[in-house]
Design a protein around this ligand. Structure first.
Ligand code: PEP
Ligand code: MG
Length: 595
């Protein structure tokens, strides 16, 4: 959530960056997208507790209180609306938790006490509310009963809603003018926050938390602007308006650079721009290796409007449409018609090229408003297909919408996070049910629509027999496959140094999946971040991969690598890499492969 400090409304517009006299320092994190950004810091808060504190003049106290009361009313309306939109078939806990939130909202501790604080302390409403929250959470922390202690999170969620309502614009900061000169500095940003930034033209992003394959980083990458995560202390050390250089490739943030450093990075920035322009010439070049093997390069999207960049990059299709992003940042669920229009827009724009729509992958770090309670370990919880099978009505709505879009162009259905044969059976049965209902309603759809499964759970990769029997294609989600194979939460920057796409176990699972699908005669793609990683392209080609799906911005560099690769050469080295246990030998082979 963004809480822009009203006393510091963002950097003043300046036409070209000037070094200032403040001490220069450097912070190191993990680069999530390449390039260099130079601009002025704009501090944004993601945490509910980081709010501005300022004095409200005596004559404006009543207005401040009514601003607070309006926010409470707005949230009450949101919660009542959400409660009414819960399908009858939804689990009872869903309405119960909304009832609890309504009760919390109406409790005098939240709805009245802050008003006294505003008046007595002559302080702004956000600050008063957070003071009260701090007091309440401290009381909850002292409770012995674990269940009751956990209710603290419900209070935090309600307070977050009220803070959002007071901000009016939700998560987006007051956009400073001249956004192209602005670098957003945040402690943490959720994928839902990031998606809102798509509407802006900021020069770069840096955050203290987050892993390189978290969905926040993925959306940052899709914006194709330099970004760094895992900087730990940027939010507390950087001041509003300071000049910053973001080196998104090396993961380096330079604060208040000196004249010489600034000049070097300006030069680097223009060199990168020239390289990018040159790559555009490859847009229409057929994607094939030196020895003439065709390689399909598809693109990943989060929202329908991303499809324009897919066309510009010359992609052969949409290999992954993360449909759950349509469900974020709103207080209701998109209905069948609304979803259908979004899917059809993408299918139409792709003009007959394949569009792979993944069914909802909600849960873990992507949650719908009002359903933040994702269990004790969200990445291992009720996520993706598990969540959809638990919410059959919601799943049917989406399946009908996707099937309806399939009448307008080549569409494929992709099911995330499958692990069990019964999940495959149940997902296919749900698709059959959606088809039958469309038949009954006389609504056209592609009866032969291909249905694929994501391989992103190690258990699935090791037991693919049933997958290749029942499904039409596979897509390897390396982001989750790595997370689950190496037991590393992909959103946790404290373990992100252990996130290793080239770990032998990961490579075995990937090559085994490609081999099994190829033998069974069904297409297989990689759609995780590894597909857009130049360091992995030749290795994946050597394993036999012929379909990659990545962010549009990564497509042309990957195509260039494909054009420079000879399959027989890389096959030999890829085999050797799989056979060796020795990390040094493996690294030497990888260097040779990419030289
Ligand atoms: C993956 O896990 O690799 C994937 C493509 O899905 P997501 O990143 O959306 O989890
Ligand atoms: Mg995944």
């Amino acid at each position: 959530m963004s809480v822009a400090d009203p006393k510091h409304p963002g950097p003043a517009p300046r036409s070209s960056p000037l070094p200032n006299q403040e001490a220069s320092f450097t912070l190191h994190g993990m680069g999530v997208s390449g390039g260099v950004a130079i601009g002025y810091a704009h501090l944004v808060s993601a945490a509910q507790l980081e709010v501005a504190h300022y004095e409200v003049p005596a004559g404006e106290i009543d207005a401040e209180i009514s601003r607070f009361e309006h926010a409470i009313e707005q949230v009450r309306g949101e919660l009542v609306g959400l409660r009414a939109s819960v399908p009858a078939s939804a689990p009872a806990e869903m309405t119960a938790f909304l009832d609890v939130h309504l009760m919390i909202l109406d409790d005098a501790n939240l709805s009245q006490v802050p008003k006294t604080l505003i008046r007595e302390r002559q302080a702004n409403a956000e600050w008063a509310l957070v003071q009260q929250l701090d007091m309440l959470t401290a009381q909850f922390d002292a409770i012995e009963d674990a269940y009751l202690r956990e209710r603290k999170h419900d209070i935090v969620q309600v307070v977050e809603r009220v803070l959002k309502a007071m901000l009016g614009t939700g998560h987006v900061p007051d956009a400073p003018s001249h956004e192209e000169n602005v670098i957003v500095v945040a402690h943490d940003l959720s994928p839902a926050d990031m998606i809102l930034f798509k509407e802006h033209e900021f020069a770069g992003f840096v955050t203290d938390l987050g892993g390189v394959t978290s969905h926040t980083a993925i959306v940052a990458r899709s914006l194709d602007i330099p970004a760094i995560v895992g900087l730990h202390r940027a939010r507390s050390l950087v001041r509003e308006g300071e000049l910053l250089i973001v080196d998104g490739r090396e993961g380096v943030l330079i604060v208040n650079p000196g004249t010489q450093v600034l000049a070097e990075y300006q030069l680097r920035q223009s060199q990168l721009e020239i390289e990018k322009k040159k790559l555009r010439r490859l847009r229409t070049t057929p994607s094939a290796t030196l020895d003439g093997v065709h390689v399909e390069l598809h693109a990943n999207i989060e929202l329908p409007q991303d499809v324009e960049e897919v066309r510009e990059a010359g992609a052969a299709g949409v290999g992954l449409f993360r449909s759950e992003f349509l469900f974020l940042n709103r207080n209701d669920l998109p209905g069948e018609d609304e979803q259908f229009e979004s899917y059809r827009q993408v299918v139409d724009t792709m003009k007959g090229l394949p569009v792979t729509i993944r069914t909802l992958d909600l849960g873990a770090d992507k949650t719908v408003n009002g359903a933040e309670n994702a269990g004790p370990n969200p990445a291992l919880g009720l996520r993706a297909i598990r969540f959809c099978l638990a919410e059959p009505q919601m799943f049917q709505t989406q399946l009908r919408a996707i099937l309806r879009a399939s009448a307008f162009g080549r569409t494929r259905l992709l099911i995330p996070m499958l692990a069990h044969s019964h999940e495959i059976n149940n997902a296919l049965a749900a698709i059959a049910q959606a088809k039958a209902s469309l038949e009954r309603d006389n609504i056209p759809f592609d009866r032969g629509i291909a249905v694929g499964g994501m391989v992103e759970v190690p258990g699935a990769a090791l037991a693919l027999g049933y997958f290749v029997k029942r499904l039409d294609f596979l897509s390897i989600g390396t982001n989750d496959l790595i997370q689950y194979t190496l037991a590393i939460d992909r959103t946790d920057d404290t373990v992100s140094h252990l996130y290793d796409p080239l770990h032998p176990a990961v490579l075995h699972l990937i090559s085994h999946t490609i081999r099994t699908a190829t033998r069974a005669g069904i297409p297989v793609a990689v759609c995780g971040e590894m597909a857009g990683d130049l360091a992995a392209t030749r290795l994946l080609l050597g394993f036999g991969l012929r379909e990659f799906s990545m962010h549009p911005a990564q497509l042309l560099p990957i195509k260039q690598q494909v054009l420079r690769t000879n399959i027989p050469d890389v096959e030999v080295i890829a085999k050797k890499i799989l056979r060796t246990d020795d990390p040094d030998k493996r690294q030497a082979l990888l260097d040779k492969l990419n030289s």
